[in-house]
Design a binder for this molecule. Structure first.
Ligand code: SAH
Length: 354
């Protein structure tokens, strides 16, 4: 079986397409800008080439399931690709459209409040499998969202932002993620400042990312400002403690990296005490980072619960009073198991990845 076109790098694609050189550009325009999956529709290519490409095939991903939530403003896909199950979420807002992509099938980080973490690691994704998640969402927006209710679309029909906040730890699949970021920029026209890589914080990788993709936004999943608590909530903290990640994030900023976001999921009675807000605020001020608080999304099988509203408001106020820049993020997709930390839920994936 031949490798689908979306999994080929430029050299491999040139080998398949053949001369003249401009043909590769034409094919790439169809694949990445138009998000076309049928080579027979690539009308400016010679018929023989179209036939040749369609015997090879474009897609790596096959959509197993698609669910709409929040009145059509959130869409979740379950894709399969060479034995792996991959989830992607599209979040539509009045003025922007964001795709949340998976960087790995499963995750090895084992954060106990996250469904993906509890399911374990299946395999790395290739850059093409990451990019195709964006292309599927782009195609859905173009084909399905444009004519909704016969009115003007309720959100932009072009993908504005890509966030690596689906399944997996992006910096643990470094080469594929950097490759995907570079191709999203060069081939899909998504600016690096509209791409966010979210990580538990792997110091060496943060430092190399500052060279390889400095204009992306980096989000650090802090969730606890002290090592003893963070060791429990984000187990890789035992290897890469808070101080080591902070030092790498300083280097990121010095190397010209963009402003950092700190992610903080508020968990009832665990990490939502006002004194912790003061510590988080001091870390945020020191890094000139923005703190994004989000109420925990409950996932099956854990005792962790979201903090009550009052405590969430108090935590965010304490952050602000201590001089940190902080916002409270709204949950999306809870009704379709598409909220943060819920990916992989309810597909019986436990059985396949354990
Ligand atoms: N591995 C990367 C990307 C994963 S998901 C990382 O850890 O950053 C993106 C964010 O969702 C992370 O901040 C993660 O900690 C958070 N998250 C995971 N499960 C969650 C849950 N149940 N509720 C709220 N946020 C959650």
């Amino acid at each position: 079986m031949s490798t689908p076109l979306l999994l080929l790098d430029d050299t491999e694609l040139a080998g398949v397409v053949g001369p003249p050189a401009f043909r590769v550009r034409q094919v790439k325009r169809w694949l990445y800008e138009v998000a076309e999956t049928d080579p027979r529709a690539m009308t400016d290519l010679p018929t023989t080439l179209r036939e040749h490409l369609s015997t090879i095939g474009v897609s790596a991903l096959e959509t197993a399931e698609k669910r709409l939530g929040d009145g059509g403003m959130t869409v979740k896909w379950l894709h399969t690709s060479a034995g792996a199950e991959i989830e992607t979420v599209l979040m539509r807002y009045p003025r922007r459209t964001t795709v949340c992509v998976s960087s790995q099938a499963g995750c090895a980080m084992r954060c106990p409040f996250c469904a993906t973490g509890q399911g374990g690691f299946a395999r790395q994704l290739a850059a093409g499998e990451i990019i195709e998640q964006v292309l599927v969402a782009a195609r859905w927006l173009r084909d399905e969202a444009g004519g909704e209710d016969g009115d003007a679309p309720r959100s932009p029909t072009r993908i504005g932002n890509v966030v690596f906040m689906g399944m997996g730890e992006p910096l643990a699949n470094y080469t594929a993620v950097v490759g995907a970021v570079q191709r999203l920029r060069s081939d899909c026209g998504i600016g690096a400042r509209h791409i966010t890589v979210s990580t538990i914080g792997i110091p060496d990788r943060i430092r190399t990312l500052a060279n390889d993709a400095p204009p992306v936004t980096l989000a650090w999943s802090l969730h606890a400002p002290h090592d003893d608590l963070r060791d429990r909530l984000v187990p890789p903290n035992r290897r890469w403690p808070v101080a080591d990640v902070r030092s790498a994030l300083h280097d990121w900023r010095s190397a010209g990296g963009r402003r950092i976001t700190i992610e903080y999921a508020l968990i009832d009675g665990i990490n939502d005490m006002p004194e912790l807000a003061l510590r988080v605020a001091s870390i945020a001020r020191d890094l000139e980072a923005h703190v994004n608080c989000i109420p925990l999304n409950p996932t099956g099988g854990t005792a962790y619960r979201p903090s009550p509203h009052g405590r969430i408001r108090a935590f965010v106020s304490a952050l602000r009073e201590a001089g940190a820049n902080a916002t409270l993020r709204q949950n999306r997709g809870a009704g379709i198991d598409a909220a943060c930390g819920q990916l992989r839920a309810r597909h019986g994936l436990e059985h396949r990845t354990r």
